[in-house]
Design a protein around this ligand. Structure first.
Ligand code: SF4
Ligand code: SF4
Length: 178
């Protein structure tokens, strides 16, 4: 299999507080029409775009690994040096409305991909749930599921191809205290 590696980045800095978020703005606005704050809030924090993917150059099929970019902190599920990331990881990709439709390595659950395709966000998206942790409790993120890239080259990466778990379709039922 001929492979092509792609690194990407999702994690954006915390939104500024001076732009109000319109209610369910993602249902009414295209990616192009979103304000900076809306665009930034749209990232669900799943971190899956900081994980290596391999693309079969013959078929275009995407294979996902559990190997993350060297700056990805699997515990916090965030880039450990967002401000300097482009200096350290040259091929870290900054998402834009124009790029999103072309980036087929973005996970199907990526909020930018969903909205770009005219779909709604899942229950676990922080904008829907109101809780930044639901992306993790829904098993929709890369939190604690990756290993650092280290010195792995493409052949090593191919051994790390995995099937990522499907996120929970509904919120888990709360346990009752006995
Ligand atoms: S540099 Fe940071 S944002 Fe970019 S892919 Fe790596 S961990 Fe993700
Ligand atoms: S929502 Fe998209 S851009 Fe944000 S972390 Fe997840 S995959 Fe990356």
């Amino acid at each position: 299999m001929t492979t092509l590696m792609d690194r990407k980045r999702p994690r954006k800095p915390a939104p500024t507080k001076d732009e109000p978020l319109a209610r369910e703005f993602w249902k009414h606005k295209s990616l192009e029409d979103m304000s900076t704050r809306e665009w930034e809030a749209l990232c669900d924090g799943c971190g899956k775009c900081c994980v290596y993917t391999l693309e079969d150059a013959d078929t275009g099929e995407i294979y996902r690994t559990d190997v993350a970019c060297k700056l990805f902190d699997t515990t916090t599920c965030q880039c450990s040096n967002y401000a300097e990331r482009k200096k350290i990881v040259k091929d870290c990709v900054k998402l834009t409305p124009k790029k999103v439709p072309k980036l087929d390595w973005l996970p199907p659950t990526c909020a930018y991909r969903l909205v770009g395709d005219g779909k709604d966000l899942f229950w676990w998206h922080p904008l829907v749930s109101g809780d930044p942790n639901t992306v993790h409790t829904a098993n929709a993120s890369a939190q604690n599921k990756t290993r650092p890239e280290g010195r792995l080259k493409t052949p090593g990466l191919m051994k790390r191809i995995i099937q990522w778990p499907e996120p929970l379709e509904k919120p888990p039922k709360k346990r009752r205290r006995t």
